[in-house]
Design a protein around this ligand. Structure first.
Ligand code: NDP
Length: 312
């Protein structure tokens, strides 16, 4: 089967650049949206040029110029969006509504993958403020996609390894300590950690896959479904030393959260749902979902131990 032509929106981002890499690696004709707001961001320009050097096509497009989005979308079969969605960095999930309109008008797109790549927002109807804004915004985009009748795939990628493993599941930390760790509660809730390049590869493998059409692809590499204590145990084995452990109760965590600024509170809410409530691993995938490592057993995913080894 011929591979679809793919447009990546947000292609210079933390996840976006990996999606471009995976798309090129899998042999898709790959287009990357190039926004004029790039200004003098030399690293972004160099990144785009490196994509071009590897065969990607750069397409000018601007979220304030609707027609430019329609023209960009008309070039391809599949659109994958990785626009920013982390408040402590940048959050523009709702801008995708313009992209949804453009896809609807263009009428040629066979699959749209919106910027999701985290906790399944459909399961977070009871999430806490203020972090629920992430899930609410992603659900607004989903509704627009479904109302417009656009074929889609949603990717629930669980925890980006860089944030969660890097910090041994502690918010605000992204390098593992060799001395101490703060456990969230008893540290026994299971979460799911995925290497960002693996997220991109699973995502791009799903774009032409009829099994993922109008479904949520949950990325649950079996060896990477672990509690914070288990992650810490793997790290301790790697460094040959036990960490000093303290813990923070759910009540104290929430009290501490209320003292932070808005963006940090959003992030902390997410940690709360993941680490105290186990929201990523406490359900079975139903009929609306499929599991990535089962669909694509050929992907040799990075295990938690392999990921943590990088910090030695
Ligand atoms: P980034 O913050 O790296 O931003 C991605 C891209 O968004 C940017 O490179 C830029 O792309 C585009 N962008 C930013 N601002 C604007 C704007 N004003 N107008 C148009 N485009 C803009 O995003 P991430 O890679 O961190 O996040 C991608 C997705 O992954 C989000 O949905 C996020 O929620 C999710 N995520 C999940 C995590 C998890 O642990 N599960 C952790 C982190 C993110 P360009 O300039 O190329 O157009």
């Amino acid at each position: 089967m011929a591979k679809s032509k793919v447009l990546i929106v947000g292609g210079t981002g933390y996840l976006g650049k990996r999606l471009v890499n995976a798309s090129l690696k899998l042999g898709h004709e790959t287009y990357v949206l190039q926004r004029p707001e790039i200004g003098v961001d030399i690293e972004k320009v160099q990144m785009l040029l490196s994509f071009k050097g590897r065969g990607a096509k750069l397409v000018p497009g601007f979220f304030d110029d609707y027609q430019s989005l329609v023209e960009a979308v008309k070039l391809v079969d599949v659109v994958v969006c990785a626009i920013s969605g982390v408040h402590i960095r940048s959050h523009h999930v709702l801008l995708q509504l313009k992209l949804v309109d453009a896809i609807k008008e263009a009428g040629n797109v066979k699959r749209f993958l919106p910027s999701e790549f985290g906790t399944d927002p459909a399961r977070m109807a009871n999430a806490m403020d203020p972090g629920r804004v992430t899930f609410d915004d992603k659900m607004v985009v989903r509704k627009a996609i479904e109302d417009a009748g656009i074929p889609h795939t949603y990717v629930s990628a669980n925890c980006f390894a860089g944030y969660f493993l890097g910090g041994l599941c502690q918010p605000g930390k992204i390098i593992p300590s060799t001395d101490s760790v703060l456990l969230l509660g008893d540290g026994n809730q299971k979460a799911i950690y995925v290497d960002e390049d693996d997220i991109a590869m699973y995502t791009m493998k799903s774009v032409d896959d009829p099994r993922a059409l109008n479904k949520t692809v949950y990325i649950r590499p079996p060896k990477n479904i672990l509690s914070q204590l288990e992650v810490v145990g793997i790290w301790e084995k790697l460094i040959g030393k036990d960490l000093q452990k303290s813990s923070i109760s759910a009540q104290d965590f929430l009290a501490m959260m209320r003292e932070q600024n808005y963006a940090e509170q959003v992030a902390l809410t997410h940690y709360y749902h993941v680490c105290y409530e186990g929201c990523l691993a406490n359900f079975e995938i139903g009929e609306d979902g499929v599991e990535a490592s089962e669909l694509y057993p050929d992907v040799n995913y990075v295990t938690v131990e392999e990921y943590l080894r990088r910090y030695l």
